[in-house]
Write a protein that binds this ligand. Structure first.
Ligand code: NI
Length: 274
């Protein structure tokens, strides 16, 4: 079970909030307690060991072709609270929501969550991208991703890296599926290397967090360490606003992943039983 909740939710200073809006990211040292962190690690390791959510399309390989029975390069579980409802009642979630509301105001709401696992030595890089590349092209999002590692996150094991201020303007750069393979779920931005020269690496302690605006260019390196790199991400946002003219995002139509097929088969089976 998650540790008992503390009444006090985390406060960020006006300077920290201003830094987030100007630079597009922010790091925090503690969003949870050591007891809760230990419980989260147990839950997390079980979810990945058992590939929970595989048939529902919730477990996938972000950086590979994701056929059943092959070793995943970058395993991910979408919406883990669907499988472990206790995750809805953590100190982490309470603190992350409080921070999101300090950044975006009281109407910021929980929008989703996922877990990304980088196995020791062979966990693949998460390529440079903007989260908006996965979102609906018809809306403007004001969204923060709270990325909490369950062990210390370092450059060696794949901490978050950001291009400061790249969220300004709320535009979207062209993206493609990793390796230009539409079977692969993960997206990569089409941009020359020089765009990333200003990148800042954000190591954070276990239970701390790196926060980013959903239009910010971000990346996480491969895991070159002997330790698993566990990240648990919560997303909070204001109500998306319709765009006058939808963005062009052709990579979304190209997508042909095994995850989509599993999800479709699961849904059809559930409907046929209903
Ligand atoms: Ni992302």
């Amino acid at each position: 079970m998650p540790a008992a909740l503390s009444d006090a939710a985390l406060q960020v200073s006006a300077e920290q909030a201003a830094f987030f809006h100007r630079e597009g990211y922010l790091t925090l040292n503690a969003l949870t307690t050591p007891d809760e962190l230990a419980w989260l690690r147990e839950v997390y390791d079980r979810l990945f060991r058992e590939q929970v959510g595989r048939k529902e399309g919730a477990h996938l390989d972000l950086a590979g072709t994701d056929e059943d029975g092959q070793q995943a390069a970058l395993p991910q579980i979408m919406n883990p609270a669907r499988f472990v409802p206790e995750l809805e009642h953590t100190q982490y979630r309470k603190n992350a929501l409080a921070v999101a509301r300090q950044l975006f105001g009281p109407s910021a709401r929980y929008r989703g969550e996922h877990m990304i696992y980088k196995p020791p030595y062979h966990g693949a890089a998460t390529p440079w991208h903007q989260d908006q590349a996965y979102h609906h092209p018809g809306f403007v999002y004001r969204q923060v991703n709270v990325w909490m590692p369950l062990q210390e996150a370092t450059v060696e094991n794949g901490c978050m890296q950001y291009v400061p201020r790249s969220h300004a303007g709320f535009g979207i750069l062209p993206h493609h599926h990793i390796g230009h393979d539409p079977r692969i779920h993960g997206l990569e931005v089409d941009a020359p290397e020089r765009c990333f020269e200003r990148a800042v690496a954000c190591p954070v302690p276990a239970g701390g967090a790196a926060l980013h605006h959903s239009y910010l260019l971000h990346y996480a390196g491969p895991n070159r360490s002997p330790v698993p790199r566990r990240a648990y991400i919560l997303t909070f946002a204001l109500e998306p606003e319709p765009r006058a003219v939808p963005l062009e995002m052709p990579w979304q139509q190209e997508s042909k992943t095994a995850r989509q097929q599993r999800e479709k088969a699961f849904r059809e089976q559930a409907e046929s039983k209903a």
